[in-house]
Design a protein around this ligand. Sequence first.
Ligand code: RET
Length: 239
Amino acid sequence: MVGYTPGSEGLFLWIGTAGMALGLLYFLGRGWGVTDTKLKQFYAINIFVTTIAFSMYFAMATGFGVANVSLAGGDELPIYWARYADWLFTTPLLLLDIALLANADRETIYTLIGLDVFMIATGLIGAFAAQPVYRIAWWGISTAALLVLLYVLVGTLKAAAPSQSDAARSLTNTLKNMLIVLWLAYPVVWILGTEGTLEFIPLYTETAAFMVLDLTAKVGFGAYLLKNHDVLTSIGGGA
Ligand code: RET
């Protein structure tokens, strides 16, 4: 719905907008003048991620990226659909970060991205479903995709480990653990929050939780990865 004015949760959408903008500037500043092709690739990925997130947070903060969903019982639920537009593009890019670090092959990368897009798309359907029971069913489908995705990712990284240098393996491990913990929190916030219609967590708290998760999973994750120039320039070059 165009013209919606966010309520008190707007504060967190503005903090998200500012945080993503700062993350973007940080990656641009640090990446400026980088000439190594591999490093450039990682900077480009994380610059894309924060640009997309910045614009979608701005859309939500200014009341563009939100729609009213009419539930079967007659209630109206404001749904921030811009989140899904953000996640649809940024989550595959974040997976690409870690897949490239582990030198994953093309087929594995496509599998991970396919599962990821399926996860976000089914989550979006859940967010727009009118019947609470269908919303929860879609949540289950999306969460199942996330679990398969994490299983494939862990298997891929395990298989890649022997051919990685010690430094690359240790960086991959830290990022993998970070990714697992952060990504598993999203379905929890969703189902406990307004989307799950169970209303354990109000929109205000839910918006704050997604904002902290988004900033950590994008800016925190990317900054940690890009701190390791030496590792990134030497991947694929043998242990
Ligand atoms: C949804 C819908 C409910 C079920 C599941 C979901 C998963 C979302 C994830 C999002 C990750 C976002 C990231 C953003 C980066 O900033 C869509 C909430 C499983 C895993 C990492």
